[in-house]
Write a protein that binds this ligand. Structure first.
Ligand code: SAH
Ligand code: SF4
Ligand code: F3S
Length: 467
């Protein structure tokens, strides 16, 4: 099974193994070193910033080398089987470091910890602590237990925990863009998905704490925030819905760009679309996972919308925000999917012409509704062949979409120097497409510039600053 992201989008579940780095604060230092590595979706990367905040408060400092760490954490993802396999392989690599330094504490955090619970301790001998996503406040206490010679587990899920009062330490940051968690958990029970089991019930975070975090980021020089949740459209805190929250964050400052992810097709409202249209600084970009273009498969997936509903939502986006970028997630080879039903996914892609897509072969997850109810009966090679067809189609569409941006002027927020060339800046336009252009010394990271786009590949726009 393989995953083939075709885009540069930040909310990328296939991201893996980035270590978080922070300069140490000598005043608080206890000399104990923390190494933390994150896998999975952006929520996990955000959670690692909460974890680091909790431990830095206890005097830890961070290191970028696990071999010299006293505490090694791996924040894990369970979304597909290969995501879990990657974590197990990585744990093997920690073995020799632990053999050299038996006092080293190895902890598994996140979704895999929640899914496997204490079974993890039986399966992976080098693991000392297993901690689920709602139990991070307990980490200092759990580390203490390990210091005293036991192994520790806390995988309690909570109906209330949002870590609203903890300021995440911004690690590995470009100083310009940041993520803000606005809710946790998911109540949707899509039949293929493990998230409701690993993240628990959906709960929304106090809007005042979200606005404060956005304002603090802006004051610290950040110019873009992405509001994160598995289903942002169902955000609800007392009488504040997602459209209200979006507007509150947009009003922090006109120079603060606002993005969000992920939108659920069943819940995205015209009110949200009109709010986006009304505020210049809310980026014109929506990630709207379709999963399948066929109504029977959508029903089996328990997505609670059908093909027509999804198309109507896309029409509404195009009507209310004509220049909106749209991206999606697709699963190929879900239980009992026929060739004809697969072709419905391709024709849905033709209808929408997504800017980007994340595409996956179906991976059965233990305990999910699909695993209980339906046979995982599409042969691996068929899933992969369908995936290749979907990926190829998306590549054509990405190129087609990006070509429509060529010859136009785009407002771009400079995020830093391009990874490919130190003579170029990079940043994204409103529609979330990466734009690369020659460095102009008059402008720096965090500035907005007008870029005239002259050419493109299927993932990047290439241009130069004008004016
Ligand atoms: N909350 C988001 C999705 C989060 S998971 C939403 O509702 O859209 C990210 C993506 O992983 C999903 O959109 C889906 O395309 C994919 N995914 C989830 N479970 C999967 C599975 N069992 N096999 C293959 N892909 C899966
Ligand atoms: Fe999973 Fe569905 Fe919730 Fe997304 S909305 S996290 S796919 S259950
Ligand atoms: Fe993975 Fe958990 Fe996110 S399963 S995709 S890290 S919510």
């Amino acid at each position: 099974m393989f995953e083939t992201p075709t885009s540069t989008k930040q909310h990328d579940e296939s991201r893996q193994g980035e270590a978080l780095i922070l300069e140490k604060d000598p005043q608080k230092s206890s000399g104990r070193k923390l190494y933390i590595e994150s896998y999975g979706c952006q929520m996990n990367f955000s959670d690692s910033e909460i974890v680091a905040s909790i431990l830095l408060d206890k005097g830890f400092e961070t290191t970028r080398d696990y071999k010299e760490a006293d505490v090694v954490f791996i924040n894990t993802c369970s979304i597909r089987e290969n995501a879990e396999q990657r974590v197990r392989n990585r744990l093997k690599e920690f073995e020799s470091a632990k053999a050299k330094n038996p006092g080293m504490v190895v902890g598994v955090l996140g979704c895999m910890a929640e899914r496997l619970k204490s079974k993890f301790l039986e399966e992976e001998k080098l693991v000392d602590v297993v901690v689920g996503p709602d139990a991070y406040r307990d980490l200092p206490n759990l580390i203490e237990k390990v210091d005293e010679g036991s192994r520790a587990v806390n995988v309690l899920l909570s109906r209330e925990e949002t870590y609203a009062d903890i300021s995440p330490v911004r690690l590995n940051t470009n100083g310009v863009t940041a993520f803000i968690s606005i809710m946790r958990g998911c109540d949707n029970m899509c039949s293929f998905c493990v998230v409701p089991f690993t993240r628990g019930r959906e709960r929304s975070r106090d809007p005042q704490s979200i606005v404060k975090e956005a304002r603090d980021l802006f004051d610290a020089g950040y110019r873009e925030v992405t509001l994160l949740g598995q289903n942002v459209d169902s955000y609800k805190y007392e009488n504040i819905n997602f459209a209200n929250l979006l507007q509150m964050v947009a009003l922090v400052d006109p120079l603060l760009r606002v993005r969000f992810s992920t939108s659920h097709p069943k819940d995205i409202t015209d009110e949200v679309l009109y709010t986006m249209a009304k505020h210049e600084n809310i980026c014109k970009y929506i990630h709207l996972p379709v999963q399948s273009g066929n109504s029977r498969i959508l029903k089996l997936m328990n997505r609670t919308y059908d093909r027509e509903w999804y198309m109507e939502r896309v029409d509404a986006i195009r009507r209310i925000i004509p220049d909106c970028g749209i991206s999606t997630d697709v699963i190929t080879g879900f239980c009992s999917e026929t060739e004809e039903e697969h072709r419905d996914t391709l024709s849905m892609m033709d209808y929408v012409k997504y800017d980007f897509a994340y595409m996956f072969a179906y991976s059965e997850r233990p305990g999910t509704l699909a695993a209980k109810r339906y046979a995982d009966d599409i042969p691996e090679e068929v899933k992969k062949r369908r995936l290749t067809e979907v990926v190829d189609r998306q590549r054509e569409h990405s190129l087609e979409r990006l070509k429509t941006y060529v010859g136009k002027v785009h407002k771009v927020l400079i995020e830093g120097t391009s990874k490919r060339s130190d003579k170029d800046y990079c940043g994204r336009n409103d529609q979330n497409t990466m734009v690369v252009f020659p460095i102009d010394e008059r402008y720096k990271k965090g500035d907005y510039v007008d870029v005239h786009v002259e050419s493109c590949t299927s993932a990047t726009l290439i241009g130069r600053i004008i004016g």
